[in-house]
Design a binder for this molecule. Structure first.
Ligand code: NAD
Ligand code: IPM
Ligand code: MN
Length: 343
């Protein structure tokens, strides 16, 4: 079998701590060719580019991309030099339109209260259109929220197809069409068209909720969700919120998927408050690697890695964010130990 080529971008802060551990774990599981590239704020300070052309080129040449996290500089530092987060450039350049963020509680002993749903976030438009400006005359700052027919159709189709493929029963569209009549009105209307088809052909339910109420339902009744599909910024916020149900961002993985490329990254950022201390939880990055293995059609290895993480959580071999006292490397050692036991 062909050895998969992985473009590794560690980034800034704890990206440089959790990704080397994830690579160490992947080496335990199989043969990969790792190609390292730079991106992020440190890269920007060093070479003037948040994401050099070479990084984009390698990303496009590899079978998958493993990404850590990057820092965004404070506003005053960017006034003269514009800074765009490299993760946004990658999502746009590689047209990674679906951001898949599973919210699955792996250490739940009470199965009746199982938390297991997936947030599918549109990843290329919405309030991330990049069109933002200040009208001097009107003294008005404006951000454009772009919701295209094409962008809505492909993400909603992706969500229903995901439900079919992963034997899910319900897709919930999250929106704010009571106020955003035109933009979210379009998104919801398209959802309703797909809803009919998937109900008739696959018996998958479709329903919708307003985003503000959803923020409450996620905390109060997370079991009501199966697959969520939503626009870019709502998905960003709801996924960080939902990670709180698991114990925090240290446990939330993600996949950025397009028709030609896949990029895998923890949901969290560079965590400057804990960076450099060696205590970052590596599990979000490791579970992102498990999603990468699934994407690369290494489904058995993907499952093994997730099972090893489950065991480590069950034994409470955890970092301080989860109430433990292990270091990043120690948790990774435990994951490797479990892998050796079960494979
Ligand atoms: P963050 O996700 O970095 O951290 C939020 C909180 O969660 C912090 O208290 C942090 O210590 C904790 N946390 C996050 N990951 C953890 C882990 N693996 N283990 C233990 N604790 C963890 O968000 P922030 O502090 O709001 O942002 C910091 C920087 O990261 C900003 O510059 C932001 O723009 C950037 N960011 C980047 C990405 C990305 O690269 N994809 C994502 C989110 C934020
Ligand atoms: C995420 C992050 C990014 C986003 C930032 C770093 C641009 O918060 O991946 O969730 O807003 O999408
Ligand atoms: Mn985010």
């Amino acid at each position: 079998m062909k050895i998969p080529k992985i473009c590794v971008i560690e980034g800034d802060g704890i990206g440089k701590e959790v990704i080397p551990e994830t690579v160490r774990i992947l080496k335990e599981i199989g043969d990969f060719e790792f190609i390292y590239e730079h991106a992020g704020y440190e890269c920007f300070k060093r070479c003037g580019d948040a994401i050099p052309e070479k990084t984009l080129k390698t990303a496009k040449e590899c079978d998958a991309i493993l990404f850590g996290a990057v820092s965004t500089p404070k506003l005053d530092e960017t006034e003269r030099k514009p800074y765009k987060s490299p993760i946004l450039t990658l999502r746009k350049e590689l047209d990674l339109y679906a951001n898949v963020r599973p919210i699955h509680k792996l250490d739940n002993s009470d199965s009746s209260n199982n938390i297991d749903f997936i947030i599918i976030r549109e990843n290329t438009e919405g309030l991330y259109s990049g069109v933002e400006y200040y009208d001097e005359e009107k003294e008005l700052a404006i951000s454009e929220r772009h919701i295209s027919k094409k962008g809505s159709k492909r993400i909603i189709k992706f969500a229903f197809e995901y439900a079919v493929k992963h034997h899910r029963k319900k897709v919930s569209c999250i929106h704010k069409s009571n106020i955003l009549r035109i933009t979210d009105g379009l998104f919801l209307n398209i959802f309703n068209e797909f809803k009919e088809k998937y109900k008739n052909e696959y018996n998958i339910e479709g329903n919708d909720y307003l985003v503000d109420a959803t923020a409450m339902y996620i905390l109060k009744s997370p079991q009501m969700f199966d697959v969520i599909v939503t626009t870019n910024l709502f998905g960003d916020i709801l996924s960080d919120e939902a990670s709180g149900l698991l114990g925090g961002l240290g446990l939330a993985p993600s996949a950025n998927i397009g028709d030609n490329y896949g990029l895998f990254e923890p949901v969290h950022g560079s965590a400057p408050d804990i960076a450099g201390k060696g205590v970052a939880n590596p599990i979000a990055a490791v579970l992102s690697a498990s999603m990468m293995l699934y994407y690369l059609d290494m489904k058995e290895k993907s499952r093994l890695l997730k099972d090893a993480v489950k065991q480590v959580l069950a034994h409470k071999d955890i970092t301080p964010d989860l109430g433990g006292n292990l270091k990043t490397k120690e948790v990774s050692d435990k994951i490797i130990e479990e892998l050796r036991k079960i494979s």
